[in-house]
Design a protein around this ligand. Structure first.
Ligand SMILES: [Zn+2]
Length: 95
C-alpha cells in the first residue's frame, strides 16, 4: 500500500466494489477488530444496519459521551462497506 496516491482511491461509491456480507467479513483485521477487543471502538447499530467507529469521547457527569462516525470504507482492506447515502437514509429512518 506504500506510495498509493489518494487519487487512486475510489472517488465515489460507484467506483468501488461494494463488499457484500455482514460487517467484519471483508477481512480478518476487521473481523478481529469487531470481535476481539473487549471494548471495541467499532459499533454496529443493528437496527439501522450501520457500522460506526468511535473517534473520541467527552467526560460528562453521566459518564463518557461518545463521538461516533459512520465507517464507509474498511480501514484495513479498503472495501466499501456502506455508502454515505445508506448511512444518511438510515439516519433519516431513525427520526
Ligand atoms: Zn476489511
Amino acid at each position: 500500500m506504500f506510495g498509493r496516491s489518494k487519487k487512486s482511491w475510489p472517488s465515489s461509491s460507484q467506483d468501488a466494489k461494494r463488499h457484500e456480507g455482514p460487517f467484519g467479513s471483508c477481512c480478518k483485521s476487521m473481523h478481529d477488530a469487531l470481535t476481539h477487543p473487549p471494548n471495541s471502538l467499532f459499533r454496529i447499530d443493528e437496527d439501522m444496519g450501520v457500522l460506526y467507529l468511535s473517534v473520541g469521547y467527552v467526560e460528562t457527569q453521566d459518564g463518557p459521551g461518545w463521538f461516533d462516525q459512520a465507517v464507509v470504507f474498511c480501514p484495513f482492506c479498503g472495501s466499501l462497506l456502506q455508502t454515505a447515502e445508506q448511512v444518511q437514509r438510515a439516519a433519516d429512518r431513525s427520526h
